[in-house]
Design a binder for this molecule. Structure first.
Ligand code: AMP
Ligand code: MG
Length: 466
């Protein structure tokens, strides 16, 4: 049987300055690490019984694919970089599926004109990390790109040491970023910018009738996403505008990590020296990123005062919007179905308690769900106020069980899975993927994955690892 992908490409029909058509590089000896068959089925992809490693390493291009590297720019740590683009990824095309339109992309498939000084490759570590975390994110119920396959290439990749090369096949609603808009705005290519706007609107926010509504939809999607991240203790680590998707999906799992012990200023990324993308800073940075999107849309708006004022209002309103979403989501985490502004104090005081006692974020919310008496012993005043507050709630503990995960992909587990994979043992990688399929369940089988790292196990730094 031949592979059959429901390709229906539209991005490749856009003007030529949007991309560069390019074939994946040859690899020495492709070997399949993982294929997400369940996802393939959801996407109406018919896979052959053999040769998957050739497809997912770009050695066999499926019928209908039209590989290309997308052009984009972006603010990296606040500094504008006019020349980014897919330097190590290729869009194979778009799949028209019963779930909607999806990009399918190879990551680590060789150089492109946007590679700058990079080698266009990925090593095994970041591929396994993205596979585990993006799939875990999906099962946590948070919008994200997904992982369809991972292969080893049989080639060596030079980083600080020589490491095995790998390729990830990624699925996304699209790979259009804030930085894609910035690219054309900065190049003063207003025609292309308008084309991009119309294309993106049709693809993601078809219901919108004006550019203000379009911006508002992106802002809503991103505000929802970032408060989702905060509610599970996720730190993206590199919220540059090129890593900020217009569709509102989590994209680009580089130095990302989940909180173990709760600390609002927590940073894992080795390159985030000033904590620009620290855990709690994410709520502010997204406002800045959306202001950059608004700015990039200005050449289309020209001098329409009505639109300019609505843009300003949307950005100014964002902090309040994020605060209400935060309140709603964290309210549920402590059993409140409908919050009022006073609950902000109750939730903050719970979080402050965790910080002062150096306690684990995920475990603590779960403990509040399962053994709330613990908090009576460590913080009786808070416990009393909380009990009074939830006394009118019909089902506080069932709301909490649904919103407080039991399992999150912890850094030390991911690092260990990568270390073992480097010794050709992928068992932990497979086990983690299985476990994170049901993050809200409590099982005996995966009880060992619930624990916070010991001092020896704790990982303090994560790397872009490109
Ligand atoms: P990222 O850190 O994944 O957001 O990547 C930022 C930019 O650097 C994007 O334009 C990537 O395509 C590019 N890039 C990252 N790693 C490599 C690499 N190994 N080779 C070429 N380009 C890369
Ligand atoms: Mg990126």
């Amino acid at each position: 049987m031949n592979a059959k992908f429901p390709f229906d490409n539209t991005y490749s029909t856009l003007p030529r300055q949007f991309f560069h058509k390019q074939k994946p590089a040859a690899v020495s000896k492709a070997e399949l690490i993982a294929c997400n068959f369940q996802l393939a089925e959801e996407l109406d992809i018919k896979l052959p019984s053999s040769g998957l490693e050739l497809i997912f390493s770009g050695q066999m291009i499926p019928d209908g694919a039209d590989p290309l590297a997308q052009a984009y720019a972006g603010h990296q740590f606040g500094y504008y970089n006019a020349q980014l683009g897919d330097g190590r990824a290729l869009l194979l095309g778009e799949l028209n599926t019963k779930l909607g339109r999806y990009d399918i992309q190879l990551k680590g498939s060789g150089t492109t004109p946007y590679s700058r000084s990079g080698d266009g490759l990925s090593w095994l570590g970041p591929v396994l990390r993205e596979y585990i975390v993006s799939e875990a994110m999906h099962h946590l119920g948070i919008p994200t790109t997904r992982s369809l396959a991972a292969v080893e290439t049989g080639d060596k990749v030079l980083r600080e040491t020589v490491l095995p090369g790998a390729i990830l096949t990624r699925i996304a609603k699209s790979h259009i970023r804030v930085g894609t808009f910035q690219y054309f705005a900065h190049n003063k290519d207003t025609e292309a910018l308008e084309t991009l706007y119309k294309y993106t609107r049709e693809r993601h926010y078809n219901e919108t009738k004006s550019i203000s509504e379009f911006l508002s939809c992106v802002i809503n999607a991103q505000s929802d996403l970032i408060t989702d991240w905060l509610s599970v203790g996720f730190i993206h680590g590199v919220m540059n505008t090129d890593n900020c998707s217009i569709s509102g999906e989590t994209i680009d799992y580089g130095p990302c990590a989940f909180l173990d012990k709760y600390s609002p200023s927590k940073v894992f990324s080795s390159i985030d020296s000033y904590g620009r993308y620290a855990y709690s800073a994410q709520a502010d940075v997204i406002v800045w990123n959306m202001a950059q999107l608004a700015n990039a849309l200005l050449p289309i708006v020209k001098n329409d005062d009505g639109v300019l004022n609505s843009f300003k209002e949307l950005i100014h309103e964002m902090p309040n919007q994020i605060r209400s979403l935060w309140l709603e989501k964290f309210g549920k985490k402590i059993g409140i179905s409908k919050t009022n502004p006073d609950d902000y104090k109750l939730i903050s005081s719970f979080l402050n308690g965790l910080a002062s006692r150096n306690e684990d974020f995920t475990i603590s919310f779960r403990k509040l769900t399962e053994e709330p008496e613990y908090f009576k012993s460590v913080d009786p005043d808070w416990f009393k106020t909380w009990q009074t507050r939830i006394s009118g709630e019909p089902n506080p503990f069932s709301i909490m069980a649904k919103t407080n995960p039991n399992l999150i992909p912890r850094n030390h587990q991911i690092e260990l899975a990568i270390k073992e994979a480097l010794n050709a043992d992928f068992n932990l990688f497979y086990r983690l993927n299985e476990a994170f399929k049901s993050p809200y369940e409590k099982t005996v089988e995966y009880a060992d994955l619930e624990t916070t790292p010991t001092e020896e196990e704790e990982v303090f730094k994560t790397f872009c690892g490109t």
